[in-house]
Design a protein. Structure first.
Length: 114
């Protein structure tokens, strides 16, 4: 499981404030499908919110630890039924904008019409 310094956690909490939960965990707990969905969400976003539908705080805390260990992420915050986790993308996974042209000379209207 990844760990964050208090300053890093504070920064990630601030970034997570405006996020909506992208993964939901039923009262049955985090099964393989939930872990796979968390993995996909972290690959796309680095920082995600998870909504847990359990009334037991200890159970949600155990789920948070299980998920973080399974996907090698850091727990950022646990408030009520919302869990926030973070995992930085490796440098080779960061993507460039899709469908953008490489820089270079552009054609003028005259060249395109002519």
């Amino acid at each position: 499981m990844l760990t964050l310094s208090p300053g890093e956690r504070r920064s990630q909490r601030a970034k997570a404030h405006g996020l909506a939960p992208v993964v939901m965990i039923s009262a049955a707990g985090p099964g393989p499908a939930v872990i796979a969905e968390v993995e996909r969400a972290l690959s796309a976003h680095e920082l995600i919110k998870i909504r847990a539908f359990s009334d037991e705080r200890e159970e949600r805390e155990a789920w948070l630890n299980t998920i973080c260990v399974s996907v090698a992420a850091a727990p950022v915050q646990h408030i009520g039924k919302i869990l926030v986790i973070y995992r930085p993308k490796p440098p080779e996974e960061k993507r460039t904008a899709v469908g953008r042209r490489p820089p270079g000379p552009r054609k003028t209207k005259k060249q395109m019409l002519g």
